[in-house]
Design a protein around this ligand. Sequence first.
Ligand SMILES: Nc1ncnc2c1ncn2[C@@H]1O[C@H](COP(=O)(O)OP(=O)(O)OP(=O)(O)O)[C@@H](O)[C@H]1O
Length: 486
Amino acid sequence: MSNKEFKFDYGDSNRYIIKEAIGKGSYGVVYSAYDTKNKENVAIKRINNVFEHISDGVRILREIKLLRHLKHPDVVTIKDIILPPSPKDFRDIYVVFELMETDLHQVIRANDDLTDEHHQYLLFQMLRGLKFIHSAKVFHRDLKPKNILANSDCKLKICDFGLARPQFTDQAQTIFWTDYVATRWYRAPELCGSFFTKYSPMVDVWSIGCIFAELLLGKPLFPGKNVVNQLELITDLLGSPKPETVKKIRNERARRYLEQLPRKEPADFSKVFPMASTGAREVIKKLLAFDQDDRMSASDALEDPYFVGLFKSSAEDIAKPLSKLDYGFDQKTLREGEIRELMFREILEYHKDAKKQYMSRNTSHVYHFPSQVDRFKMQFMNLENKGSGSQGIRSASSLPKQGLAGNLVESALLGGGNLSTSFTGATFEGPSSLISADAIDCPLSQSFSLAKGTSYLGESIESELDLSSDSFMKMSLDSQNKDDDS
Ligand SMILES: Nc1ncnc2c1ncn2[C@@H]1O[C@H](COP(=O)(O)OP(=O)(O)OP(=O)(O)O)[C@@H](O)[C@H]1O
């Protein structure tokens, strides 16, 4: 196979220039890079040994497939996936995303003087993104500040769909969430004690409520040490759940634990969130309803008076339905070769000419596509030798204090809201500078130095799937230091 036949892609092999490591997740390192073709900065996520564990391969395939469908201004965009040199034996993939400056975890730690306009606009974007994702019947299931990318001009984008699940039936089925390892602090109460439940959009709404509260407080709202402590913190704020709510809890021990808790009154939100406007406090209450049947959907939340002037429903908010056929792989046990083939076909979606050629030939033939991958490997090796590989440090970001105007206009265009009414009197000077040097109070290495199976901030994820067993009451005993009948 001569290179000549594939010259369409060969010209692209020098396209990206890798700059530095900017983030690290359990699945790969994220680098900033320059795209010489489109003349813009991008983020490239390098995922090594994608097929080493089939479950990781499936997760990554699901994530890139979902992101190709979920195109929305509030959801991070995949711009390209580098074509591997050969469909048959590639092991690493390189996913090119639009570049964002930082994530909300960093922003929260660097900004203690955000205004109600910031709060409102940040929550508005998260909910608008969530409404879109839920309209496709996709549940993110792992929303936390680190999974909300941010720019210093206050633009936010939801990322990391690795735990996300699409639903194809109208009837939500009860499923055991065997793979569920999302961060406990943002976990809805219905998941504290039992993972045998339906995939429900309300789980994400709860997480957004926690993220919003963290934005207001500057620290996590419910930093539970274990599931029992998580429920304790939740009930400290919201008071004891109603008996009807407790009755709905499927896990018997979790139910008994809540029934025997001494009666608690809800906390005074004006004392817990003194910095928040009344409107912000009212929205938190609706997002953080203990009972998921009382929780507001993302779509309803956007209609809340808190967003008057910002939000107007538009066709852009609604996603096209996903095709069940595209996600059939999720129902089967796949072998490495099958998942590699599916991954390669997904990558071809970003390389139309190569796709045409690949599909029109006998697929058993091994093609060697010209690729940027080998050149990439050299660039990554050089970076790592220079010490700016995965040890890279990204600073926390300050948000502009008076720079919301540009985004508010953008949101008005998207959502159609009339901003002049809701923001009269505010002085806007346009987006201010990007990452400010004096805001470096949270070295990236601390929050990014985690290996697979752990969550950020050093909080370990223990197996919490066995709460139908004695462990739940054991924790309850440890936590309350008093006797129980278990
Ligand atoms: N498009 C982007 N622009 C800038 N930074 C990014 C981008 N995508 C990811 N990052 C940074 O890299 C980090 C890790 O990315 P991501 O969460 O996608 O990886 P992951 O391996 O799926 O992580 P997790 O361990 O949460 O599953 C993010 O928290 C973020 O700080």
